[in-house]
Ligand binder design. Structure first.
Ligand SMILES: [Zn+2]
Length: 302
């Protein structure tokens, strides 16, 4: 099956955000780790005539997307991803109201699903909002206050699609280098800003770079600010492919994938939507669907 016969639409956002010295990776090496070429030569567009949609039914019997959905995927030069199964009634991860917060990088499930998390919030590409509105792929957003505060509004239509907003500190520091009171300020101030802006208190926290996740100090700081879990990841999306933590370079059921809001400057010319489309293609070719992380997590009883 060809994976490169897709045409790519290049939309270099004029005046792409150049601010932010701290748009670099929050985990793994920042976009330079992929062996994939920086730019893919545009191939002739595959014919996307109306009426080709039912082809997807051959590989996903009973779960073929509606024809309108197939057209939406075709608009982005993608094949429809198989819909995720219904969320489990008995959540694999159950969070408690008090005490030590768990640290996890995947979810124990036999569902053939993975979870996409997108961090920081630097690139605010309107095309990505359009893409997610079309495709309805669930994501979780770990937002850093100082990176998003110039345009909190950008993330609201993404939230309105059912996507949750989670805590990723105020300034994106290396947490283990901070004393407890500064850790607490980083988490609590992001928590209050995001709660005020988006109307819901983040349930999850991700430390920048994954640093300090398993230290008692950070765990205590998180506990004092409200989030009830520390979320890491198994794979990290680069530009065209993922960086894997395991040698077999294969997704597993329940894996949490880290990606970033990034643009051409960080992606060697590729756009956010190209990066995300490639991520979906990598997930699809391994036979997985994308589910919503929060659908597999039980929040503490109130
Ligand atoms: Zn980050």
């Amino acid at each position: 099956m060809s994976r490169d016969g897709r045409s790519r639409t290049r939309t270099y956002a004029a005046g792409a955000l150049t601010l932010l010295a701290f748009t670099t990776a929050c985990g793994g090496n920042g976009g330079g780790g992929s062996a994939a070429p920086a730019a893919t030569t545009a191939a002739p567009a595959a014919p996307q005539s109306a009426g080709t949609a039912p082809a997807a039914a051959a590989t996903t019997p009973g779960t073929a997307p509606a024809e309108g959905d197939a057209a939406a995927w075709a608009k982005w030069n993608l094949k429809p991803l198989a819909p995720a199964p219904a969320p489990p009634a008995d959540k694999p991860i159950k969070l408690e109201r008090t005490g030590t917060v768990p640290v996890f990088s995947d979810v124990k499930t036999n569902d053939k699903v993975v979870f996409i998390t997108i961090d920081d919030g630097a690139e605010k590409d309107p095309k990505f909002v359009e893409m997610l509105t079309d495709l309805k792929v669930p994501i979780s957003m770990f937002l850093t206050k100082d990176i998003v505060k110039n345009d909190y509004g950008y993330f609201k239509p993404l939230q309105a699609l059912g996507n949750h907003i989670q805590n990723h500190t105020v300034t994106h520091p290396v947490m283990s280098k901070l004393p407890p009171e500064k850790q607490k300020a980083e988490i609590c101030d992001d928590q209050s800003a995001l709660t005020q802006q988006y109307g819901t208190a983040p349930l999850l926290f991700r430390p920048p770079f994954g640093d300090g996740a398993n230290t008692p100090t950070l765990n205590s700081s998180v506990q004092q600010c409200g989030p009830r879990a520390i979320v890491l990841w198994r794979e990290s999306m680069q530009i065209h492919d993922m960086q894997y933590q395991t040698g077999d370079k294969k997704l597993k059921s329940g894996d949490i994938i880290l990606a970033h809001f990034r643009g051409p400057k960080e992606l060697k010319g590729a756009t956010m939507t190209q990066m995300f489309g490639d991520l979906l293609a990598r997930i699809q070719e391994q036979g997985f669907s994308v589910a919503r992380l929060e659908d597999y997590i039980q929040a503490p009883a109130s």
